[in-house]
Design a protein around this ligand. Sequence first.
Ligand SMILES: C[S@@+](CC[C@H](N)C(=O)[O-])C[C@H]1O[C@@H](n2cnc3c(N)ncnc32)[C@H](O)[C@@H]1O
Length: 299
Amino acid sequence: MLKHVKNNFKIIDNIDMFKCPKCGESMNMSGDKSVVCYNKHNFDLSKTGYANLLLRSVKTEYNKYMFASRNIICRIGFFEPMINFISNIIIDIVHKNKLNSFKVLDVGCGEGSHLAQIINNILERTASNILGVGIDISKDGIQIASKNYPNVIWCVADLTRIPVLDNQFNTVMSILSPANYSEFNRIIADDGLIIKVVPGRAYLEELRRIFYNNTDKETYSNENIIKHFAGNFNILDIHRLFYNVKVNKENLGHLIKMTPLSWGATNNQIDYALNAGINNVTVDLSVIVGRMTKQSFIS
Ligand SMILES: C[S@@+](CC[C@H](N)C(=O)[O-])C[C@H]1O[C@@H](n2cnc3c(N)ncnc32)[C@H](O)[C@@H]1O
């Protein structure tokens, strides 16, 4: 019995899906505290069971305070329509194809709530054996994910060098995160799906108006992201989710802390937003569903 890895035995059971981020060789367990590749490159496993597969530590503004707030916002159901929409897509595929097993990767998973909820929804409504893997470059995000959601494999890893072998996943998700389409194509199974969620024009517009008043960021368009996606994959569907969420002042504070939109704001603007009487915010998301083409890539 491995004592160190208390929570996440899934990583041990699925170690053969990983590859070394340094040399690309396959990985194995090394005692109970690390994983090692054929060329002896060693990576730590944490007590909560996540693997740190980064070649060097990375400083990022996505820190534990931001993710703690993001976790609270997720728990109030802010993203629930998006979670349900994606869960239903996967549940449909599992049912239609009578799949006994299914693997989902969430790239740029942050603090992990979306993936964990999607996995739970699928488990509740199918008898399939579902494996969820979440990767993020922010150690703070993965730490929170692995503490809260031990039934998923969590890794600190860079999406430009995803440490898994080719053709592994039935679905790759990229939710409000950067993408690397040649890597996504490499790791997805032959008829796999890619699900990308991007903000729409009105996403958090109540905050955008205050933080970017009279600048070129006051309005936003996802047109280029969709074009770029279409250059890489066959688009099967683009579904717009547009709704409002009521927020009290405390949750408004968490919303401001959890969104990169506030990174460009001054303290005065943040104070103003907190006291402007905002009690309803707009969620506008586009869920783009695509299939792999296995062709060349526009990076
Ligand atoms: C806006 S957050 C979205 C997080 C999560 N998907 C969500 O919706 O709550 C963007 C995420 O992308 C991650 N990210 C940025 N660059 C990355 C990279 N090169 N590799 C992996 N993750 C990255 C960040 O650490 C952050 O967690």
